[in-house]
Ligand binder design. Structure first.
Ligand SMILES: [Zn+2]
Ligand SMILES: [Zn+2]
Length: 364
């Protein structure tokens, strides 16, 4: 990759003042700092590129050498700069990010978020429900008061990080901080751990709580209860309730509509009938008019699911399917044959029309 011009990198001109260059670098550092862009190599590269450009252009001597010879003014083999060359860069970063990024003080840790899987029935999801759940929340151990040390034994300062919970290290071109490995970020060393919590200072405790699931919730939805996660010095985490909606034996769902398929007999389809149809609100009677075709869909208005986060309700769509007997007795066969002759072609206009089109297709 060819090296970009330092002025281009900082989006300034050769005539720019040192104050303008400083301001340009501050803006880029704010945007690309790795602590603000975790796991983003492109941002890290942009940050390094800008830091290197600023390390040169902020130093009057280096800047004039760069203006005369370009990148050739410095060793072309990469390792041009020592950490000490970045004094100006560090100064800017400390000014910008202060203690948060420079590791000056241990941050008060916020509690972790927790996840809870909640299975509810189709009807509960449709109508809404209030559920009692037991959430295993990590809470401060009552035996040791959260210190993690066996009662009556001391808690020492971690000697790796001097109690800060973080250690500074050189990340490429600048100083950064990471959680201390010696104490896993707690800043303490415990010679005799509490037996109850194995030195962690926390214990899982089942906590009963009640959650409202609104009507119309979909399978896979996540409800978040703020502050119901793990407790922490820097505030509680959240509880994320992942909702799994069980299948229904008869209903299917399409948005706010409920789909149901109801089998009817041939005589019912021909003569018409009143049939029982299940709905969310219980059984209802539905009239099937004489001459109903198989696959016909009837719409029961407002018998569906409340629109999630909106107004009104969906419909229930009832598909009737004419069920044909798979086996018939000798007498039934005789009667049906007679019936077929009796009905003839006039009783099956669609079939007659189809057969005529079929003939036309192959005769022309
Ligand atoms: Zn304990
Ligand atoms: Zn430590």
């Amino acid at each position: 990759m060819s090296k970009r011009d330092y002025y281009v990198v900082l989006e300034v001109s050769q005539a720019s003042s040192s104050a303008e260059i400083k301001q340009a670098y501050r803006a880029l550092a704010m945007r690309y700092h790795p602590d603000r862009n975790p796991d983003d190599p492109a941002a890290e590269d942009a940050f390094k590129e800008a830091s290197e450009a600023y390390a040169v252009l902020s130093d009057p001597d280096k800047r004039s050498r760069y203006d005369r010879h370009g990148h050739a003014a410095f060793d072309a083999n990469g390792q041009r700069f020592e950490a000490s060359d970045f004094g100006a860069v560090s100064e800017i970063l400390e000014g910008l990010f202060g203690e948060v990024f420079s590791g000056g003080r241990r941050k008060r840790r916020a509690g972790h978020d927790l996840k809870y899987d909640l299975e509810i029935s189709f009807v509960e999801a449709s109508l809404g429900v209030e559920k009692k759940i037991d959430v295993n929340r990590p809470t401060s151990c009552t035996t040791c008061g959260g210190s993690g040390a066996k009662p009556g034994t001391p808690v020492h300062k971690c000697n790796v990080c001097q109690g800060r919970g973080q250690v500074r290290y050189q990340r490429g071109l600048f100083a950064a901080a990471r959680p201390c490995h010696g104490c896993r970020g707690t800043g303490t060393k415990i010679p005799t751990p509490c037996e109850e919590c194995k030195g962690t200072g926390t214990k899982l405790r089942a906590e009963a709580m009640s959650v409202k699931i609104p009507a119309g919730v979909q399978d896979g939805a996540v409800r978040t209860v703020r502050g119901a996660g793990e407790a922490g010095e820097g505030g509680n985490g959240d509880l994320h309730i992942h909702i799994k909606v069980d299948d229904h034996v008869l209903f299917e769902r399409e948005g706010a509509d409920i789909l149901v398929s109801v089998p009817i007999s041939f005589p019912q389809a021909v003569l018409g009938a009143s049939i029982d149809v299940p709905t969310l609100g219980g059984k209802v009677m539905m009239k099937v008019p004489p001459g109903t075709q198989s696959g016909k869909v009837f719409r029961l208005r407002g018998k569906g699911i409340p629109v999630y986060g909106g107004y009104g309700k969906g419909d229930q769509l009832v598909t009737v399917a004419v069920e044909v007997p798979r086996e018939v007795s000798r007498r039934q066969r005789k009667l049906i044959t007679e019936l077929a002759q009796e009905i003839g072609d006039e009783g099956h206009p669609q079939q007659a029309s189809f057969l005529s089109k079929l003939r036309g297709l192959f005769e022309s």
